[in-house]
Write a new protein. Structure first.
Length: 621
């Protein structure tokens, strides 16, 4: 442990010596300050041969968020430009830096047409290294880097890895490639797999000590009480509906046992893992409701009446949701309520369509889902009311600016994920229909966020845009890595867990907390214990964005944030499995991880420019 602490302190000293605060000390009247790094990105030529391209990445402060991509002659494709922008926003967001105060320039030292996303991870890693004061020229020496970055920082699979590996070896370089391409690199001598930006930074910093940090994550006791109470209520409601369904019709034994098992497990978990209990109880409820209503409704007219009744309940609840949250914790929870309500409305529309097609049972199932979803909406509303006014206080101005930042982030992610997923669909025609459906889902969620923002419903917009980012990241992961070996999937889980710990550390140092993130981490643990790795990844990615967005909030005008002394302390629910209460990490390893918090100095140094940045952001929307 002494050696580990020494390594951690040494890394902290290196980062502190060249803290990003230096960026904020750029001459106010001059041209600013730039940092550059040259790296090597492998590619596959039109003839199918591997090649290595020298790329120079430059960050300039102060800037306005512009991204310029060029080469030595020839055209630069839209996917390459958008990939560079995705890399820029992803690295900045994960490190808590306002991308609108920087400019990015990417120069490919090559001729001909540039197209494709496989250089995006290398660019994101370069941006992160430049923001963190790593000795970048030495750090990148000897490596050729390929991979497609996800909006949450994961390193996603690319094509042509064997050819890229041979090209790197011919140049005397070690290939760094996505973990999801591990099977493709089996014959590649000395190549190193990466799971994401954090593992890449660890490699560049030559830091190999474990990053298992005891970050103190938890949530307010009032929130836990609401979740536990509503979980019990939904579970018992599910059991009652299941009993009624089995009385009116024959329910297959395996179906009965599945629903009964979900409800019983929810009751068992309500005390220690209330969010997980509520999630399981909701699933049990809508399945039990569907069985009961399918047994009870005799013809299409009764199904239509049931759908109409549910629609009225949805409209009534929507009309009562006008609220102005006083704190970030309440706004975060209320944003989930809005997205869940939209989920219910979509289910009602699906039910109507299915009924018109004569699919009565399917229509009943969708309407039952909507009815159950209303219970979860009420749960989130009650939870938001329970924590309103505690933690960091926030007003409409802060929420507006935050939603504007997310609109830009999500918009780039939607376009980037669409091009990336389309290329996957072209390579594997068996998944093309699924890929198209995923693209449509992501686009729909983002479009709802845009509409909510334009209507001035910023809390709702934040919920949709957070969900769009999460879904874009998940579908990229799903189509890139879901069929890989368990050891590969577990490496990505470890990357996400480490990123969450890093983000939670920085947020704790800033005195802001996400209620959603520890909830999602808790539920991911339950899913992992059940062997459902893909669902756990999806939930962990949602946790990453909850923390990123919470950190992003602190980049708003300082006057928008007013930490309420009484609200930041006080009793907290221990969370999953006795997780510690919110605060700073205790483990010695956290010292190195907490060094990322020096980036916060950068944001503080440019606070005077925030109002100008706000106008720049909003003027582009």
């Amino acid at each position: 442990m002494k050696r580990l602490a020494a390594i951690a302190l040494a890394l902290l000293a290196v980062l502190a010596a060249a803290s990003p605060v230096a960026w904020a000390q750029a001459p106010q009247g001059g041209a600013g300050v730039s940092r550059s790094v040259t790296l090597y990105v492998p590619a596959v030529t039109d003839t199918g041969k591997g090649d290595v391209i020298e790329v120079t990445v430059t960050l300039t402060f102060p800037g306005n968020g512009s991204v310029k991509v060029e080469n030595d002659g020839g055209s630069v494709g839209a996917t390459t430009v958008n990939s560079a922008r995705m890399a820029f926003l992803t690295a900045s967001a994960l490190l808590g830096v306002d991308w609108n105060t920087l400019d990015l320039s990417v120069h490919f030292h090559s001729r001909g047409t540039l197209e494709g996303p496989s250089g995006s991870f290398a660019i994101a890693l370069a941006v992160a290294a430049l923001l963190l004061p790593l000795p970048v020229e030495d750090a990148f020496k000897g490596y050729a880097i390929t991979g497609a970055v996800s909006p949450d920082g994961l390193d996603s699979s690319v094509g042509g890895v064997p050819e890229k590996c041979r090209a790197a070896e011919e140049r005397g370089l070690t290939l760094l490639y996505p973990m999801a391409n591990k099977a493709d690199a089996s014959s590649c001598s000395g190549a190193r797999p990466l799971t994401g930006l954090l593992s890449g930074l660890r490699l560049l910093a030559n830091y190999s000590a474990p990053l298992r940090v005891d970050v103190e994550m938890g949530y307010p006791e009032a929130y836990a009480e609401v979740m536990a109470r509503e979980a019990v209520k939904m579970a018992e409601y599910a059991k009652g509906n299941l009993t009624e369904a089995s009385r009116m019709a024959s329910v297959p034994r395996e179906v009965y046992e599945q629903i009964e098992g979900l409800a019983s497990r929810a009751l068992d978990l309500a005390g220690d893992k209330p969010y997980s209990a509520a999630s399981l109880a909701f699933t049990a409820l809508y399945k039990a409701l569907a069985l009961r209503m399918q047994a009870e409704l005799r013809d299409a007219s009764e199904v239509a009446e049931f759908i109409s009744s549910v629609e009225s309940k949805v409209d009534e609840l929507e009309g009562s949701m006008a609220a102005s949250p006083a704190s970030w914790q309440a706004a975060e929870l209320l944003s989930v309520a809005y997205t869940r309500l939209a989920d219910a409305k979509s289910a009602v529309l699906k039910a109507k369509t299915l009924l018109r097609d004569g699919l009565n049972d399917n229509a009943t199932s969708e309407a039952s889902y909507a009815l159950a979803r209303l219970e979860s909406v009420r749960t989130w509303i009650k939870a938001a009311e329970a924590v309103n006014g505690t933690g960091a206080l926030v007003d409409r101005g802060a929420l507006r600016l935050l939603a504007a930042r997310l609109l830009e982030y999500s918009g780039v992610a939607v376009n980037y994920s669409a091009s990336l997923l389309e290329s996957i669909g072209r390579e594997n025609p068996f998944t093309s229909r699924d890929v198209e459906a995923a693209i449509n889902i992501i686009d729909y969620i983002h479009s709802r966020g845009v509409k909510e923002f334009e209507a001035g419903d910023y809390v709702s917009a934040i919920g949709y845009l957070r969900q769009a980012l999460s879904e874009a990241s998940y579908y990229i992961f799903y189509f890139s890595a879901s069929r890989e070996a368990p050891d590969v999937l577990n490496e990505y889980v470890n990357e996400l867990e480490n990123v969450i710990e890093a983000l939670a550390t920085v947020n704790a140092l800033r005195g802001v907390y996400s209620v959603l993130a520890p909830s999602y981490v808790e539920y991911a643990g339950v899913l992992l214990s059940d062997g459902d790795v893909l669902s756990a990844v999806r939930v962990l990615e949602a946790a990453v964005f909850s923390l990123v967005i919470t950190r992003m909030l602190t980049l708003c005008t300082p006057s928008y944030l007013a930490p309420k002394a009484a609200g930041l302390g006080g009793p907290r629910h221990p969370g999953a499995g006795g997780a510690p209460q919110p605060g700073l990490p205790r483990a010695a390893e956290a010292v190195a991880l907490a060094a990322l918090a020096f980036v916060a100095g950068y944001a503080a140094g440019v606070a005077g420019r925030v109002s100008r940045v706000e106008e720049a952001v909003l003027s582009r929307l």
